[in-house]
Structure formats: structure tokens, C-alpha cells
Design a binder for this molecule. Structure first.
Ligand SMILES: O=C(O)CC[C@@H](O)C(=O)O
Ligand SMILES: [Zn+2]
Length: 464
């Protein structure tokens, strides 16, 4: 079918002016934040209801047209890229609150709701949606669920999966399923909801989600500590976690800090320069908690695990300290990074990081490495920056070889080649480093059941 024919057929189903074919739309809705692939979708549809989405999926099955669900497109693994003549289903106009229940502390929203709007809605009810990350102002809840987004509070609150009480989905076959319907307890066989969480739109399209909310945190306080080595970062983590609950424990390297402070004209947290920095956050509910935090800090100083530190006295200072960590990804995006999102169990982080660091430094001496991440979850973001003089294609080609070795090391540590960014197109070839051949065969079989015609985000995560 030509794009024009698709437009006519889809608009006959969901109403006029709901499909765009113009170059601007094809460019915007064909890509995500990876910027590696050239967008080439066939048409862009803008449904308003679950029924609209269902009609499009049924039509795509009849015509064997590939579909790409599109949320905020902030993904870093090309899960929402449309580079192969697909029909993109944009969720932007499905962004309403459907129902809030104060007793259940749950809210049902359409999948296109921006994450930050969900956070604000929760706040207006005196509650809290805790899954948070730098892209929360653009990402959509449906995309968060489809990628099981993690972020900066996982150490306390878990991943997106932990907050989904129910889902309404249109399967690849075009059926509507209501999964778990908001229940906390429901042991009635396979929990299909969890198959759709993290499926990256390969099984169907999430149209509504019932989300659990929780009580708002009290007096969140942030510390940034200068730490001499990764082993010391682990000692600091252990010391604080043994004494108090943390809502975040992040780390970044000195060159990450240098880049962020220069790019955003921010103050360093203190003058002392150390190879690594830990950022931790906790609820300073009363003086006792604050005293404990200060005692642990002093012990860490005495033990030589920390060389300097800074603590927020108010919300603005807390936000400024967070900027040092949260602005890293955006800052280095201007230097053509090759991104990795690795995880191992927390205790093995120092030896793992050292082995990967040594390999990249010895094999590719001209490459600059930026380390940062969610160290309290064992999740490291390894970004390799393109040397200025090197051609982009040559750089990515070289990095592909780096990946093989880095992922072999990750496999040896029983780690993950994608801790929180998903698989998409970018990590598809490397899936076998983390998932066994038998697991991948089961994943393909599941895809076949929900999407027999292979129209749902084909080529992402798996090749059938
Ligand atoms: O850009 C990256 O590598 C990580 C992005 C994001 O997951 C973060 O933790 O800031
Ligand atoms: Zn991250």
C-alpha cells in the first residue's frame, strides 16, 4: 500500500486528520535519542482511544504492515526507531488520567501520559510516583513500561515493573486484554502483565496502565562525596546502607564532573579532586537520621574512603547537587558517545569496572572513557567518546569490536549487556551474551503467540 492509501484506510477507521505523511512528521516520529539510524517510516498515525489502536492493529494484520509504537522516543537502544517503511503509532494524544482511587493509592492513565505529569498528578494528591530519570520531562508512561525503565531511585523503589498494577493492551493479533485489573494479590496463573512490561512493543501496544503510588518522601537530602577508588565507593555504600535507608546511590568519575560543570557552568561540590564521586540521597525525617548520616560520613573520612563531601541544606542545593549527575548524559551527547549500560551484582562492580577499563584503555588508547551510573544497583554506564579527528563510521566500527570484548567480560561476570536501556536495534546482536539460546527460543515462541504475523515492532530485540 502507498502512504496515501494507508492514510485513507486508517482515517476511515479512526477519523479524519489522524495520519500524517509530511517530511517533518516522518523525521520526528521515526527516530529516538539514539540518532544512529536514518528514519524512514511510511506514515504516522495519532490514535485517541484503545479502540483506535485496536482498529489500526487489525488493519495492519490484514495488510501485513509493520507497526512501531512511539512514546516520548527518549530511548537509547533504538527500540522506537522506524527505519524500515513502518506505520508509527504515536501515543501523544492518549495522555489523560482515566481514574484515581485514593484508598487504593492507584491511578489509571492512558499510555501517552508524560512521566513528569504523572509525578505531578501524584504530588497533587499528596502522593508520590517514584520512578525517575533525567528524561522524565519527555518520556511517556507507556514507553517506560514497555522498556521497564529504571533510573535514579531503583535502590529504594525498584524499576517501573514494580509500580504497574494493571495494563490494558492491544495484542499483536488485535485483541484487547485487561491484565491484572489493579489487584495487589492475584495468583491465577501466568501473569501476562509482566510479559508486556519490558517487551519493547514487540508483543502488542500498551494503551492504559494502572499505576501504584506511595507516600511522598520527607526532606530529601543529598550528599556528594569525593572517593579515591571504586573499592572505597563500595565501602561507602556498605557503611551507609548498614545504618540507614538510601533513596539513591549514584557515582560518576572526575572527567564526568569536569565535563558537566564546564558545559552547564555549575559549581564543583568542593575543591578537592578525587577519581570518583558518590552521590547519595536519603530522607532526613528527623535529627536522628541526620546525626546518623553525619556519623557515617565521619567514619568514612577517618577510614580514608572519603576525602571530602558536601551536603544539601535545602531543596535548591539538593537539586543543584543532583544536576552534577543528571546532566552527564546530555552533556556527553555532544561528543558522539558509544554507549553501554552494563550491570553485575553490586559486590563485583569494582573488579568488573577495572577489567573493562583496563581493556578499553590498553586496546584503544585514543578513546576517552566516561564512567557513571547507578552503582547502588550494580548498573554502570560506560560511554566511550569519539576522538575529534576520527571519522564517525570508523569510530562506531571500532566500538562494535570493543563491545564484543566488553560483553564477553560482562558474560564472565554473569552480568547484563543492557541493565535498563533495553535491547531495541542497538543491543539485539549482543542479546546472547546475557540470555541463553534456550531463553531466546522461548522469547521467540512467546512473540509468535501474541504477534503471529510479526507486525509488532519487527526487528527490535529479536530476529524471528
Ligand atoms: O547516557 C547514558 O549512558 C545513561 C543515561 C541514563 O540512563 C542515566 O543514567 O543518566
Ligand atoms: Zn541510567
Amino acid at each position: 500500500m502507498t502512504p496515501e492509501q494507508i492514510k485513507q484506510a486508517v482515517e476511515a477507521l479512526i477519523g479524519p486528520d489522524k495520519v500524517r505523511l509530511d517530511g517533518e512528521a516522518l523525521e520526528i516520529y521515526g527516530r529516538d535519542w539514539t540518532k544512529i539510524h536514518t528514519p524512514r517510516p511510511r506514515a504516522i498515525a495519532f490514535p485517541r482511544t484503545t479502540e483506535d489502536v485496536q482498529a489500526i492493529v487489525q488493519f495492519a494484520n490484514q495488510q501485513k504492515i509493520a507497526l512501531v509504537p512511539s512514546g516520548g522516543r527518549t530511548g537509547l537502544s533504538a527500540g522506537a526507531v522506524a527505519a524500515n517503511d513502518e506505520l508509527v503509532i504515536v501515543m501523544d494524544y492518549m495522555n489523560k488520567v482515566v481514574e484515581f482511587n485514593a484508598v487504593d493509592r492507584s491511578v489509571t492513565v492512558q499510555a501517552g501520559m508524560i512521566t513528569e505529569q504523572l509525578q505531578q498528578f501524584a504530588e497533587e494528591q499528596g502522593l508520590y510516583y517514584p520512578v525517575d530519570f533525567a528524561s522524565a520531562g519527555s518520556s511517556q508512561i507507556g514507553g517506560n513500561i514497555a522498556t521497564n525503565a529504571g533510573g535514579i531511585k531503583v535502590i529504594k523503589y525498584g524499576m517501573t515493573r514494580d509500580w504497574v498494577l494493571g495494563l490494558k493492551v492491544v495484542t499483536g493479533k488485535g485483541e484487547v486484554l485487561e491484565l491484572n485489573r489493579g489487584l495487589i494479590k492475584n495468583n491465577t496463573g501466568y501473569d501476562l502483565r509482566h510479559l508486556f512490561i519490558g517487551a519493547e512493543g514487540t508483543l502488542g501496544i500498551i494503551t492504559e496502565a494502572t499505576i501504584k503510588l506511595t507516600r511522598a518522601p520527607r526532606n530529601l537530602t543529598v550528599m556528594v562525596l569525593g572517593v579515591p577508588s571504586m573499592q572505597d565507593v563500595m565501602e561507602v555504600l556498605k557503611s551507609f546502607q548498614n545504618s540507614m535507608d538510601l533513596t539513591a546511590f549514584e557515582f560518576f568519575s572526575e572527567n564526568a564532573l569536569t565535563k558537566v560543570t564546564a558545559h552547564h557552568q555549575l559549581q564543583r561540590p568542593f575543591d578537592t579532586v578525587t577519581p570518583y564521586y558518590a552521590l547519595l540521597e536519603f530522607e532526613a525525617e528527623n535529627e536522628e537520621v541526620m546525626d546518623t548520616a553525619m556519623q557515617v560520613f565521619e567514619q568514612c573520612m577517618e577510614s580514608g574512603w572519603v576525602e571530602d563531601g558536601s551536603i544539601s541544606q535545602n531543596e535548591t542545593q539538593a537539586r543543584n547537587l543532583w544536576s552534577l549527575r543528571e546532566f552527564i548524559s546530555e552533556t556527553i551527547s555532544h561528543e558522539t558517545p558509544y554507549k553501554n549500560d552494563l550491570s553485575v551484582v553490586v559486590s563485583r562492580v569494582p573488579e568488573f569496572l577495572k577489567e573493562v577499563d583496563t581493556f578499553v584503555e590498553e586496546t584503544y588508547p585514543g578513546f576517552e572513557i566516561v564512567w557513571f551510573g547507578h552503582i547502588g544497583d550494580g548498573n554502570l554506564h560506560l560511554n566511550i567518546l569519539k576522538p575529534k579527528a576520527m571519522d564517525k563510521d570508523e569510530f562506531f566500527d571500532k566500538c562494535h569490536h570493543v563491545s564484543d570484548k566488553v560483553f564477553a567480560i560482562t558474560q564472565a561476570y554473569a552480568g547484563s549487556v543492557s541493565a535498563e536501556h533495553g535491547v531495541g536495534l542497538v543491543k539485539k546482536d549482543f542479546l546472547h551474551f546475557t540470555r541463553s539460546a534456550e531463553e531466546i527460543a522461548y522469547m521467540k515462541a512467546i512473540k509468535q503467540v501474541f504477534d503471529p504475523n510479526g507486525i509488532m515492532n519487527p526487528g527490535k530485540m529479536l530476529d524471528l
